[in-house]
Design a protein around this ligand. Sequence first.
Ligand SMILES: [Zn+2]
Length: 305
Amino acid sequence: MQEDKLPFSALVDRMFSSQLAVWDIAERNYTALASVQTREFPFDGFSVYVQFNTSRILSSGAKVDAASVASRPCFLCADNRPKEQSVVEWGKYEILVNPYPIFRPHLTIARKGHLPQEIEPYIHDMFSLAAELPDYALFYNGPRCGASAPDHMHFQAVRADVLPVVNDYISLKQKNASLYDRTGRAVTYTVRGYLRTLFCIESSHADALGIAFMKLYNMLITEPLVEPMMNVVCLWRSGCWYLFVFPRAAFRPWQYSADDEGARLLISPATVEMSGVMITPLREHFERLTVADIADIYSQVSLKL
Ligand SMILES: [Zn+2]
């Protein structure tokens, strides 16, 4: 098969394999990921998982205040990337291997140019790229909702089936979902009893999906000209988009910065956490975490509607 005839997702998969062959840090972190420890916490009809992942200290512990961000070289700008890092181009985006993965593979999709993280201008790019990568779920961390580069627009992508929300939604939809809105050819559902607020917009039409998303976005606005806090997951399956929106109330739970070390939990919720996998880079926190902590963290960082 000629290279230009390969499906786009095959080009991305090939880039992932070839990066591991030449990039020691990435290869080491993906190898370590194979033996990462996970705990499962069952709830009513779904589970939440906790992953002990030391390589995520950079992300979980990231300082994302304006001064800290301004004083470091942006790791998503082409000039500052490791020499081993290569890209697959997609329009105005570059698809990169994340060398500090939560899942295998874990991609970072950086927009060319150093532009702030925001969803509204780029939501249709998210739909288009999700359709190009049908095995993947694309996701977006709002600038105050877990993005470790709030100054550089980017998405991330992992295999869709590793995010518990994708399978939870299918099973919970039967009894726990209610119709929230119908806008043209898009339908928005909410899911009850899920510890955190979740909307799912379904549509086979990108224009309708975009309109329904913006309707939800505008409903969530609390401050003029400020993006409502949110995490977003987009996947394309059998000709239909599924857009999961987790509205947020807080960036991090109080336990993140607790003075009492016995209460502190280094968990910084982003899309992966909202989707059902909490990450901590510290063994002691991994072992101490309880089912009550998980419910408490979601109740603090999720917006109650
Ligand atoms: Zn940048």
